[in-house]
Ligand binder design. Structure first.
Ligand code: FAQ
Length: 345
C-alpha cells in the first residue's frame, strides 16, 4: 500500500500580503486606456509611466539608481548560496538550490533590461557596481556558514524580498512593475523551498535542529535591515512615494515582514532571536526590536563581514567572462554586416 506523502503544511501568510498580491495580479500591466495629459496626470490616475513618456529627470535617475541596485542585488546575491551547490546533502536539494540561484541571474537580467529602457546601459551599471559607485543589498555581505544558512537565508531574506517586491509590482514605472510580477512568482518558490528545508531540519536530529536555530538567529537581523534605514532617516522615501515608485515606507514594510514571519516561525518551531517580540493587540501588529542601523550603515559603506570578498569575486568573474562578451559583440557585428544592416543593428 502506498504511503501518504508527508511534507510541510502550507505556509501561512497575512491577509495584507495576500491582498497586495491579488491587487498586483489584477493590475492592467500594459497601462492601456490612459488619460490624456502628462506625467503628473498619469501618476495621479495610477497609470503606468512607459519608456516613451515624458518624465522628470529625477524620476528617471531615481529609477536607474534603484533598478541598478536591485539588479546588482540579484546577481551578487547568487554568491552566498552558490557556495553550497556542490555541498548540498541530496540530489533533490542540489537541484532546487541550483534552480534558485539560476533564477536570481534571470532576475538580474529582467532588471538590467528594465533600467535599459530608461537609457542606462548595462556596461555603465556594471562598471558602477565594480567601482563601488552603485551598491547592492546589505544582507549579501554576511557569510553562509553551514548548510542550514541556505534554508534560513531563503526563508528570511527571500521572505523579506517578497514583502518589499510584491508592492513594487504596483510601482509607477511599467517595465519595473512587469518585471516584478515575474520575479515575485519565482521568489515565492525560493521562499517556500527555504521554509521546506528548515521544516525538515527542525524535525531531524538534535544537531540539525541546532544548526537550523543558529542560522535563523544569525539571519534575522540582516533580513530586518534589508528594508533600509528608519523612515526618519530615509533620504529617498518621500520623493519616491510621491512618484509612486515606492508604495510603502521602509518601516511599514519591516513591520509587515515581522507580522508575516511570526506565525511561520511558530509552525516551523524556530525561535526568532528577539525576546521583546510580542503581539500588540492595540496596534494589531507584533512589537519587535529594530535592527542595529549603525551596523547597516557600516555594511552599506563597505565594512560588512564579506563586502570585500563579494566584490572581488564579482570582479574576477566579470574579467573571466570578458571573452564571452567580446565574442557575442563580434557575432552581432558580423550578423549585422551579413544582413547589410537591414535588421537595424
Ligand atoms: N542595503 O532613502 P533610502 C533578492 C541605501 S535581493 C544596502 O531608504 P530607498 C535576491 C539606499 O540604496 C533583494 N543599501 O533608499 C536574493 C540609499 O543609498 P543611496 C532585491 C541600502 O531607495 C534573495 C540609502 O541607503 N531587492 O531578492 C539598504 O528609498 C535571497 C538611503 O536609503 C531590492 O533590491 C540596504 N538594505 O529605499 C538573493 C529592493 N537600504 O542610493 C539571495 C529594491 C537602504 O542614496 C538570497 N530596492 N540602502 O546611496 C528598494 O526597495 C529600495 O531601494 C530600498 C531602499 C527599500 C532598499
Amino acid at each position: 500500500m502506498s504511503q501518504p506523502i508527508s511534507g510541510p503544511p502550507p505556509m501561512p501568510v497575512t491577509d495584507w500580503l495576500s491582498a497586495q498580491w491579488d491587487d498586483a495580479c489584477a493590475l492592467d500591466p500594459r497601462g492601456d486606456a490612459r488619460p490624456d495629459g502628462g506625467f503628473d496626470d498619469l501618476i495621479a490616475a495610477e497609470r503606468k509611466i512607459e519608456p516613451r513618456d515624458q518624465m522628470p529627470s529625477g524620476y528617471r535617475e531615481t529609477l536607474i539608481r534603484q533598478l541598478g541596485q536591485h539588479a546588482h542585488s540579484e546577481v551578487v546575491g547568487m554568491q552566498p548560496e552558490a557556495h553550497w551547490i556542490p555541498r548540498a546533502p541530496t540530489l533533490h536539494r542540489k537541484a532546487v538550490l541550483l534552480a534558485k540561484v539560476q533564477d536570481e541571474a534571470g532576475h538580474g537580467l529582467y532588471l538590467y533590461a528594465a533600467a535599459e529602457t530608461l537609457g542606462a546601459t548595462r556596461e555603465d551599471m556594471l562598471a558602477a557596481l565594480l567601482a563601488g559607485r552603485q551598491g547592492y543589498l546589505s544582507f549579501i555581505n554576511y557569510p553562509t556558514l553551514t548548510w542550514a544558512d541556505t534554508a534560513a537565508l531563503a526563508w528570511l531574506t527571500d521572505g523579506a524580498a517578497i514583502v518589499n517586491q510584491v508592492p513594487l509590482c504596483q510601482t509607477s514605472y511599467g517595465p519595473y512593475a512587469r518585471a516584478m510580477l515575474r520575479v515575485c512568482r519565482e521568489e515565492s518558490f525560493h521562499h517556500r523551498q527555504g521554509f521546506d528545508s528548515l521544516w525538515v531540519m527542525m524535525r531531524g536530529t538534535a544537531a540539525q535542529r541546532e544548526m537550523a536555530a543558529d542560522a535563523v538567529a544569525r539571519w534575522w537581523y540582516p533580513a530586518l535591515a534589508m528594508f533600509g534605514p528608519p523612515d526618519a532617516r530615509s533620504t529617498h522615501s518621500a520623493q519616491s512615494m510621491a512618484w509612486r515608485i515606492k508604495r510603502f515606507s521602509n518601516d511599514e514594510l519591516r513591520q509587515r515582514f515581522v507580522d508575516v514571519c511570526v506565525p511561520q516561525a511558530e509552525l516551523l518551531g524556530v525561535t526568532l532571536p528577539d525576546p521583546a517580540m510580542r503581539w500588540n493587540a492595540e496596534r494589531r501588529h507584533y512589537d519587535f526590536t529594530p535592527p542595529d542601523f549603525g551596523e547597516l550603515t557600516q555594511v552599506i559603506r563597505g565594512h560588512g563581514p564579506c563586502n570585500r570578498q563579494r566584490l572581488e569575486h564579482r570582479r574576477q568573474v566579470h574579467e573571466e567572462g570578458r571573452w564571452v562578451r567580446e565574442a557575442a559583440a563580434e557575432y552581432a557585428r558580423k550578423h549585422a554586416m551579413r544582413n547589410g544592416g537591414q535588421d537595424g543593428t
